[in-house]
Design a protein around this ligand. Structure first.
Ligand code: UDP
Length: 242
C-alpha cells in the first residue's frame, strides 16, 4: 500500500484514524520535532496557488484528510484513502491517552480568552490532562520570541497551533527549530473554538453522512464564498492527471 495518496499534487498520508493516533504516540516518544497538518479541499486549493505552503505540506510528517472532499477526491482517482481523519477528532483521540502517555499540551491561537476556555473544558473532559500553557493567536512579530519562550518554559511536548491556514503551517515551519522540547505541532484551524464551546460541530448524523461542510454552511452562511471552492476542487480532481 502506498504511504501517501496524491490529491491534486498534495501528498496525503494513507492512514486510518487509529494509525494516525498511533503515529502521534511514536512522535512524542521520539527525540525530534514532527509536524501534522490537516488539509480540507480549501487548503489543497490554497496549496496549488502558494508553492511555499505546498512545500511545507510535502515536508510534513503526517498530513491527514480533514475534509470528506479530500477522501472523495482520492476515490474518484481510484486511489482511495481509508477514511476521513478530522484534525479535531485526531486531537481528541490523543487526549484520551494523554495521562497514560504523558502528553503535555500547549494551546496557541484563536481569539483572546478562547484558548483558556478550551483548556478549561478539556480539563473537565479529560481529568488529569496536562495543558501546560495557552496563548491567543493575535500577536505582533516582536511578540514572537516571548511566545516561543513561553512554549519552551511550559515543557509542552504537543503544540496545537490555531492561526488558520496557511498562517499556522508557515508559523510552525519558521519556528520549529526554536522549540527543542516540542515533539508534535499540529495546525488545528478552528479546533480551539470548538473545544471552548464557542463553535459547535455538526451533529454526528451529518458527520457520518459526510455532510459536516453543509451543516457549517447552514450555521455560518458567510462561509458560502469560501465554499465555492468545493465544486471547483472536484472539477479539478476529475481532470487531474497525476
Ligand atoms: N486566528 C488567530 N490569529 C490570526 C488569524 C486567525 O488566532 O491571526 C484564529 C481564529 O481566531 C480562529 C482560527 O485561527 O480560531 C482559524 O479558524 P478557521 O475556522 O478559519 O480555520 P480553518 O477553517 O482554517 O480550519
Amino acid at each position: 500500500m502506498k504511504k501517501t495518496v496524491d490529491v491534486l499534487g498534495v501528498s496525503i498520508s494513507n492512514v486510518t484514524m487509529a494509525e494516525a493516533t498511533q503515529k502521534v504516540r511514536e512522535f512524542v516518544k521520539s527525540d525530534s520535532f514532527h509536524s501534522i497538518y490537516t488539509p480540507n479541499p480549501e487548503i489543497v486549493m490554497l496549496a496549488k496557488q502558494d508553492p511555499e505552503f505546498h512545500q511545507i505540506l510535502e515536508e510534513a510528517d503526517l498530513v491527514v484528510p480533514d475534509g470528506i472532499g479530500v477522501v472523495i477526491a482520492s476515490k474518484i482517482k481510484k486511489n482511495p484513502l481509508p477514511e476521513r481523519v478530522a484534525g479535531y477528532d485526531l486531537v481528541q483521540n490523543t487526549m484520551k491517552d494523554a495521562v497514560k502517555e504523558g502528553y503535555k499540551y500547549y494551546f496557541f491561537g484563536s481569539k483572546p480568552g478562547t484558548s483558556e476556555a478550551a483548556a478549561e473544558k478539556m480539563r473537565e473532559t479529560y481529568p488529569g490532562i496536562q495543558i501546560v500553557g495557552t496563548r491567543n493567536g493575535y500577536f505582533k512579530p516582536e511578540d514572537e520570541a516571548e511566545i516561543i519562550a513561553d512554549i519552551n518554559n511550559s515543557g509542552a511536548n504537543i503544540l496545537l497551533v490555531a492561526l488558520g491556514a496557511p498562517k499556522q503551517e508557515k508559523w510552525i515551519e519558521a519556528n520549529k527549530h526554536l522549540m527543542p522540547n516540542v515533539r508534535v505541532a499540529v495546525g488545528v484551524g478552528g479546533s480551539l473554538d470548538v473545544m471552548s464551546g464557542n463553535v459547535k460541530r455538526a451533529p454526528e448524523t451529518f458527520q457520518k453522512l459526510g455532510l459536516e461542510w453543509f451543516y457549517r454552511l447552514l450555521k455560518e452562511p458567510t462561509r458560502f464564498k469560501r465554499m465555492l471552492v468545493l465544486p471547483k476542487f472536484l472539477v479539478k480532481v476529475i481532470f487531474y492527471k497525476g
